[in-house]
Design a protein around this ligand. Structure first.
Ligand code: ZN
Length: 131
């Protein structure tokens, strides 16, 4: 599989940023619904938060309410950081190109399909941190 071209990376970056904005909107709405008006206001103010402020803010939020969104935002920020570092699109396990079609379907994918299968077999599903 060919590595990502610059325009493809740029396009995926836009896609990730849009997803992040949509998740922020989700978080804000969810917090409002659950009565966390203070954090809802905060989330409303932070339209394009940097990684630091997101991390700081999310620590304070009752994560259970917005757990899924928070995890997705973290995945997106990881992906954006990988784009910035120029390592986006390479499998974190074997280093092979993940492939543009897979990335377009799953912009936060960290592994090629083969390694992802292997990972899920080994770890029994998603959500295991790989630190
Ligand atoms: Zn791989």
């Amino acid at each position: 599989m060919a590595p990502l071209t610059a325009p493809q990376a740029e396009q995926l970056k836009k896609q990730l940023q849009q997803q992040k904005a949509a998740l922020w909107e989700d978080i804000r709405a969810e917090l409002e619904r659950s009565g966390n008006q203070k954090f809802a206001d905060l989330a409303g103010e932070v339209r394009d938060p940097g990684e630091e402020s997101v991390a700081a803010m999310l620590v304070d939020i009752d994560a259970a309410i917005v757990d899924r969104q928070v995890r997705e935002i973290r995945d997106i920020e990881d992906a954006l950081a990988r784009i910035a570092d120029g390592v986006y699109g390479a499998c974190i396990d074997c280093g092979a190109d993940i492939g543009v079609e897979r990335l377009q379907a799953y912009p936060t994918a960290l592994r090629c399909i083969r390694c992802q299968d292997q990972h899920e077999k080994t770890h029994g599903g998603e959500g295991n941190p790989t630190l």
